[in-house]
Design a protein around this ligand. Structure first.
Ligand code: NCD
Length: 306
């Protein structure tokens, strides 16, 4: 995997993904053993769009491997504000660093960056399109919490139209035997047609689309809640009308299976009541922790340092 880019979760085979998860599990059980493996290496984090978890987890991952970081979270303070093209920024940053993690509001920008980079580029989110490292996080969470990636009925709830985490997760989970999806969203925010046709129908994946969470919560093995993606709305009124479409609370949780897990890529706004945090089935904070370890494993693999 040395020197590969990660633009879409489908860039890696299932075997390569397994290799990343196995390494992440090793790091979790013995972090000290890995604390100098990236000595002398530099990760650049280029964040053209707001982020806390993703950027911090990349930076913490590199620091815990002994490497160093450089980058920005405020593009207005860089030459892109002077009109520098993404291609030129990437050419330059790939001279200064050994690996790049980039988040950008435009779909396809990570792909463009990878074409101009002499070092591996990791897509940390390109607009409403893909978010492959969140998917690695989600898969490791499912594997660790449920014991396997196969045979799960997964409810995805919220903004399925604009949510890049959902689109990446559907593509990735479609490769595992026995996956079924229940897509829960308001009519205005259903999943894009290309996912329905080119991923779900083409691969004969069982799925249904519903508006009401109560109707299906008792069937699910995994419930993946998402935020209504305010920044992707053109119309504020439409956002205000839809923003509280789903609020998961203890009353709804009472109807769910005893071993269903609740996931969320975070940040949460209002879609999971804080009372649910104490439910043992709520794994979203644990999920954020897996995110750091899986990024450590990913960096090690792409740099080829072991
Ligand atoms: C997600 C994202 O940026 O797409 N957050 C994250 O990376 N943890 C989800 C979101 O912003 O809703």
């Amino acid at each position: 995997m040395k020197n590969k880019h990660l633009i879409s979760p489908m860039d890696f085979s299932k075997e390569e993904l397994n290799g990343i998860f196995e390494l992440a599990e090793k790091i979790i059980s013995n972090p000290k053993e890995f604390s100098h493996i990236c000595d002398g290496q530099i990760l650049a984090t280029l964040f053209y769009e707001p982020s806390t978890r993703t950027r911090f987890s990349f930076e913490a991952a590199m620091m815990r491997l002994g490497g160093k970081i450089l980058g920005f979270s405020e593009p207005n303070s860089t030459s892109s504000a002077k009109g520098e093209t993404l291609a030129d920024t990437i050419r330059m940053v790939s001279i200064y660093s050994d690996i790049i993690a980039m988040r950008h509001p435009k779909e396809g920008s990570a792909k463009v960056a990878s074409m101009y980079s002499s070092v591996p580029v990791i897509n940390a989110g390109d607009g409403g399109h893909q978010h492959p490292t969140q998917t690695l996080t989600d898969l490791l969470t499912i594997k660790s919490q449920k014991g396997t990636l196969e045979g799960h009925k997964i409810g995805l709830c919220g903004d399925l139209k604009n949510g890049r985490t959902v689109q990446s997760l559907i593509a990735a989970m479609s490769r595992y035997e026995g996956t079924e999806f229940v897509l829960i969203s308001p009519k205005e925010l259903v999943i894009p047609e290309y996912i329905r046709e080119e991923v779900l129908k083409r691969n004969n994946i069982s799925f249904k689309e519903v508006e009401n969470i109560e109707e299906v919560i008792d069937e699910l093995d995994i419930l993946y809640m998402t935020r209504i993606q305010k920044e992707r709305f053109f119309n504020e009124e439409e956002y205000l009308r839809l923003k509280d479409s789903y609020i998961l609370d203890n009353e709804k949780m009472a109807k769910a299976k005893e071993d269903m897990i609740v996931m969320h890529p975070l940040p949460r706004v209002n879609e999971i009541a804080t009372e649910v945090d104490d439910d043992k089935r709520a794994v979203y904070f644990k999920q954020a922790e897996y995110g750091m370890y899986v990024r450590m494993a990913l960096i090690v693999k792409l740099l080829g340092v072991m």
